[in-house]
Write a protein that binds this ligand. Structure first.
Ligand SMILES: Cc1cc2nc3c(=O)[nH]c(=O)nc-3n(C[C@H](O)[C@H](O)[C@H](O)COP(=O)(O)O)c2cc1C
Length: 332
């Protein structure tokens, strides 16, 4: 394949799939299931915010990986001034020699240099060519191209444009596609565009292992693409949520005062942090059993999710559909 699939072997991945990092959803059971299935399982460091928790989780995963030798795991770090734990979490991940790191936003320089010192790989979330250039020039090992329709902070550009554009501008930097992929055919389609694999979130929310209540999992199964809307109310940047009573009550757009506070140089840092903490609290309530709050992040691929399955079964289906689609297209 054109686009450096060797890195997948280096990362010990049997199949080109990443179980994408999902705030509040990713947990230890998902990580271990993803590793057993031979893929890359990634969690956001922010899922383990209590003192000592992240280091303990990394020790457990390092031991699990040494014992089982299948698949691999990684950590997502949000490298932004409004994430007060960014530097602390980066230090812990580098000390524990996390094999794979996905950075979101900000300047990933220290993480890239720190991970390269022990042979770790760093991919950066990108939604456009400007941020991609910054990450490329800092020496990242690859891009996670986050396109339209993704769960979480979806990008503004379609993958059909973003992937080939990244390949054209940065031919030596591998691309993993994220957004709207929930089937083996979807995976093959992004490979045709030049990606080496896909990072999949929404499909795995409707998994037996996901750390959220059944109502959220069932909402993924029941929602279609037109039920997914973007809101800036949760974090200040557009985030995909299921349109339900809670989302309607919260609203989709920040008001004029919130927008002003987010732009004013004197207030923007603390105000953005405040908005994000408030958003996190709302999301945290929504994953608990029987909670009235139902602010559920999901991407448009919820349209293609019809049942709750185990993570390993989901990966099996991806593999089967991928093979079948290759046969249908006459690819040997
Ligand atoms: C519930 C949820 C939470 C997410 N949280 C994060 C996060 O903490 N960090 C991150 O980089 N991406 C996050 N994402 C984005 C995913 O890592 C991934 O890019 C996205 O889910 C891919 O699109 P898909 O949902 O259509 O498969 C989240 C996505 C979802 C659905």
């Amino acid at each position: 394949m054109r686009n450096n699939p060797d890195i997948l072997k280096e990362l010990n991945m049997d199949f080109p799939l990443i179980l994408a990092p999902m705030f509040l959803v990713s947990n230890m059971a998902m990580m271990k299931a993803g590793m057993r299935a031979g893929i890359m399982a990634v969690f956001p460091s922010l899922n383990f915010r209590k003192e000592g928790e992240l280091a303990a989780v990394l020790d457990e995963l390092n031991t699990y990986h040494q014992e089982n030798k299948s698949g691999n795991y990684g950590v997502n770090i949000i490298v932004q001034k409004s994430n007060p734990l960014s530097a602390k979490h980066a230090k812990i991940c580098l000390e524990k020699e996390v094999p794979f790191i996905i950075t979101s936003l900000g300047n990933p320089k220290e993480i890239i240099e720190g991970a390269h010192a022990y042979g770790g790989k760093v991919f950066c979330d990108v939604t456009n060519l400007v941020h991609a250039k910054k990450c490329h020039d800092l020496g990242c090992d690859g891009f996670i191209a986050v396109g339209q329709g993704a769960g979480g902070h979806a990008g503004p550009n379609p993958l059909q444009v973003l992937i080939p554009a990244l390949r054209e501008q940065f031919p030596d930097t591998p691309v993993i596609a994220a957004g709207g992929i929930a089937t083996g055919a979807g995976l093959l389609s992004v490979q045709a565009l030049g990606a080496i694999g896909a990072s999949v979130g929404t499909r795995f929310i409707a998994s037996e292992e996901a750390g959220v209540n059944d109502a959220y999992k069932n909402a993924i199964v029941d929602s279609g693409m037109d039920d997914i809307v973007m809101t800036t109310k949760l974090s200040g940047t557009p985030c995909a949520v299921i349109s339900n009573e809670s989302a309607k009550k919260m609203g989709l757009k920040q008001n004029a005062f919130e927008r002003w506070m987010s732009k004013n140089p004197r207030t923007k840092k603390w105000f953005k942090t405040l908005i994000q903490i408030r958003g996190m609290k709302k999301l945290e309530k929504s994953i608990l059993p029987n909670n009235y709050q139902k602010l559920w992040t999901a991407g448009k691929s919820s349209e293609l999710v019809h049942e709750v399955l185990s993570c390993e079964e989901i990966v099996k289906r991806f593999k089967k559909e991928w093979e079948e689609t290759r046969k249908d297209l006459g690819i040997i």
